[in-house]
Design a protein around this ligand. Structure first.
Ligand code: AHM
Ligand code: MG
Length: 334
């Protein structure tokens, strides 16, 4: 049997090699990993745990919250409050930032998360996940403010996601490649199952919600028309299409076999560019995708270079196999 490497061992060895995972950051990643195990457990219970269905409340984006959205948010908050590694947290499910209670020490990191991504898939038993991003608190910050969080994605020190699917996996980067861990459900342990994941630069697979096509702007319409034209069209090859409607699952497929994922802005509500949120969806996924050799843009520029203006700001997203992301980005720039 090949030797199993746990998340802890992997993090310690990475620290020895690259000196980028100080013990507080390691604690943070392990605590998030533990919280993801709890979320995976709650998700896995489904109807038996009475966790399905709506919570009859709305989040700051005006979306109806599911019971599991709230449970997952609580799990991540509780797990991360007491360790002394965090200065503050922010979540898709909370309007304002969450400060560390006074009874606990404050650390130097800031954690952002989408506790349960792909909410529309919870009740239908399709893959969902958790996305997280880690920033450093600005020096001499004092009491954390929303302003302290508004750093471009290039400043992330770690990012990752968990997918709760047929297997539960945790995908992680601290800026030295992308590594994947599979949850051994009997042992309750994260086991390293893939190192240095690379996204192929070319692909024959795309992901976009085509039901919005009548609202698309011309560069996206042009690009998707070319994809659909297949071998006979200007791209000269046939493309397949997949859309899970859970970004975590769509990105995980792209990390596994390549592809391009798009959630563009469209003409419906120009003040809301796209659906996905910059700080806890697009930035962490962009960091992971770039670390795996792919690209991530908003159609105009690298996602990780965008200076955030608001915690819950939305952003158009094009990410995945480099050559296709560059093509659709060039169509926007023309
Ligand atoms: P959520 O965070 O409320 O679950 O919304 C984000 C999700 C993404 O995971 C997914 O790519 C997208 O919404 C799907 O949107 P649509 O239902 O428009 O296809
Ligand atoms: Mg989400």
């Amino acid at each position: 049997m090949t030797k199993r490497i746990s998340l802890t061992q992997h993090l310690i060895e990475q620290q020895r090699l690259h000196n980028k995972i100080p013990s507080e950051l390691r604690l943070l990643i392990e605590v998030v990993g533990r919280a993801c195990k709890s979320i995976s457990h709650a998700v896995g219970k489904g109807a038996l745990g009475e966790v399905l269905g709506s919570a009859e409340s709305e989040n700051v984006q005006g979306e109806v919250q599911k019971k599991l959205d709230i449970i997952s948010n609580e799990i991540l908050l509780e797990a991360n409050e007491w360790g002394g590694h965090l200065a503050a947290m922010a979540s898709e499910e909370m309007e304002t930032i969450h400060l560390i209670p006074n009874r606990y020490p404050m650390g130097e990191y800031m954690l952002l998360f989408d506790p349960l991504d792909g909410s529309s898939n919870i009740d239908v038993n399709v893959s969902i996940g958790t996305i997280f991003s880690v920033l450093k608190a600005p020096e001499g910050m004092g009491t954390p403010t929303e302003q302290a969080f508004l750093q471009p994605g290039a400043k992330q020190v770690a990012a990752g996601y968990a997918v709760y699917g047929p297997q539960t996996v945790l995908v992680l980067t601290t800026g030295d490649g992308v590594h994947c861990f599979t949850l051994d459900r009997e042992m309750g342990a994260w086991v390293l199952t893939q190192k240095n994941i690379q996204i192929p630069a070319d692909t024959k697979e795309f992901a976009i919600n085509v039901s919005n096509s009548r609202h698309w702007y011309p560069p996206v319409s042009r690009y998707v028309t070319e994809l659909l034209a297949g071998k006979e069209g200007p791209l000269g090859k046939d493309f397949n299409m997949r859309w899970v409607a859970s970004m975590v699952a769509d990105v995980h497929r792209i990390l596994t076999r390549g592809g391009i994922f798009m959630y563009p802005a469209d003409a419906r509500e120009p003040e809301k560019p796209g659906k996905l949120r910059l700080m806890y969806e697009a930035n962490p996924m962009a960091f992971i995708v770039e670390q795996a050799g792919g690209a991530a843009t908003n159609g105009q520029q690298r996602i990780m270079d965008i200076q955030p203006e608001k915690l819950h700001q939305r952003v158009p997203v094009f990410l995945g196999s480099k050559n296709e992301v560059e093509r659709v980005t060039a169509y926007h720039q023309q």
